[in-house]
Design a protein around this ligand. Structure first.
Ligand code: TRP
Length: 373
């Protein structure tokens, strides 16, 4: 049977939040505990983070430990998963450089995630010459990061990439690179597939303000490292239904953050424990829609549900925060291990591309003979 290998990762540009948790972290831990995978690699993508933070290396540097602490406190277990730092695996850069020849500029320009990010970051040019003066333009490294991501994935012969929906175009592009490489140079690379979050309600957890996505710049995140007090405050201030003014008013649950979060995090057991007068979330929603149910009651339930999730994460974090040297040791050992694996793939790639000159004794002997004639 062929191996099942997971590779995934995050850019270290900030602490991880509940959106990351539902989008991928919880899934990774589940997959780790399932025992179904031969290897699991979790990468802190510092080199990728630098593609749009070239002028802000300290931000990346400071967030390495934050992301590592978030991983470990969520239950990523270094005995079962290899956690490593992207820039310490130089082989990834070399692979990316070769893959660049297999991808066109036009194809990259069509990558929907890159397209959206170029707009979002204000890199894009438009028809206004004066305005374009103000724009930074798109860094080449940023533009090509899908190729570097293909290197990350293929270096580990990863089959399975658990990510959020926004990363799917990257996996698609990786598959194209794998096809192209294998058809040009012979069967060498492994084709990956993405694994998206299963619960559609939480594929994209909205921010606490009801905006489409949790984002540090919008200040609408609940962080995994938030205290119980922080979480309580954030939930109490959460966006609900703006037309649900009096308790007796009928309320909307669609687009109501409290219910979206309950969709993502609550289970029937929570109702028995915290709100036994409702059998499950459907019953609670039904009452809210009908009118007569206040926001505060729903928010209190959500706080209890989130605390059940976050309390053990906070507890583990406390341990690692007191053992920072140990965390860096885990990262260093993980990076060394990752480097060995990537180097083996790079050897295969060089051989397939016929740029393994020194290894090719037949080539050397044949040329020696020809020139001696
Ligand atoms: N692009 C991912 C993010 O922004 C991080 C990442 C880099 C990644 N390389 C990867 C994810 C390879 C999955 C596979 O979060």
């Amino acid at each position: 049977m062929s191996k099942k290998i997971i590779l995934t990762g995050d850019r270290p540009t900030g602490k991880l939040h509940l959106g990351h948790f539902v989008g991928s972290l919880s899934r990774r831990v589940e997959m780790q505990e399932s025992g179904d995978y031969d290897n699991i690699y979790i990468m802190i993508a510092d080199a990728q983070a630098l593609t749009d933070n070239a002028d802000n290396p300290d931000k990346v540097r400071d967030n390495i430990i934050e992301v590592a602490l978030d991983y470990l406190s969520c239950g990523i277990d270094p005995a079962k998963s290899t956690i490593f730092i992207q820039s310490y695996v130089a082989e990834l850069t070399e692979l990316a450089f070769y893959y660049m020849n297999l991808v066109t500029v036009q194809r990259l320009q069509r990558n929907p995630t890159v397209k959206a990010e170029i707009q979002m970051r204000g890199f894009a040019e438009n028809n206004d010459a004066e305005e374009n003066q103000q724009r930074k333009g798109t860094p080449v490294g940023f533009f090509t990061y899908p190729i570097s991501q293909a290197a990350d994935i293929t270096a580990f012969r990863a089959t399975t990439i658990p990510v959020g929906a926004d990363q799917e175009p990257m996996i698609e592009q990786t598959r194209e690179i794998v096809h192209k490489f294998n058809s040009v140079y012979g069967e060498t690379l492994v084709e990956p597939h993405s694994v998206l979050p299963t619960n559609t309600a939480c594929m994209r957890l909205p921010g606490t303000d009801g905006k489409a996505k949790m984002s540090k710049s919008l200040g609408n995140c609940i962080y995994l490292s938030d205290t119980a007090e922080d979480v309580k405050k954030k939930v109490m201030g959460m966006y609900t239904d703006p037309d649900h003014l009096k308790i007796t008013d009928p309320g909307k649950v669609e687009g109501n953050c409290v219910f979206t979060y309950l969709d993502a995090f609550s289970r029937p057991e929570h109702f028995a424990k915290y709100l036994p007068e409702y059998e499950n979330l459907d019953a609670l929603k039904e009452h809210y829609r009908r009118g007569g149910l206040g926001d505060v009651k729903c928010k209190k339930l959500l706080i209890a549900v989130l605390e059940e999730l976050l309390a053990p994460i906070r507890e583990r974090r406390k341990y690692y925060e007191q053992h920072i040297e140990e965390v860096y040791d885990i990262l260093r050992r993980g990076s060394e291990e990752a480097r060995k694996v990537a180097a083996a793939t790079l050897d295969d790639v060089r051989r397939a591309m016929r740029i393994n000159y020194f290894e090719d004794t037949e080539l050397i002997a044949r040329q020696a003979e020809e020139y001696r004639k």
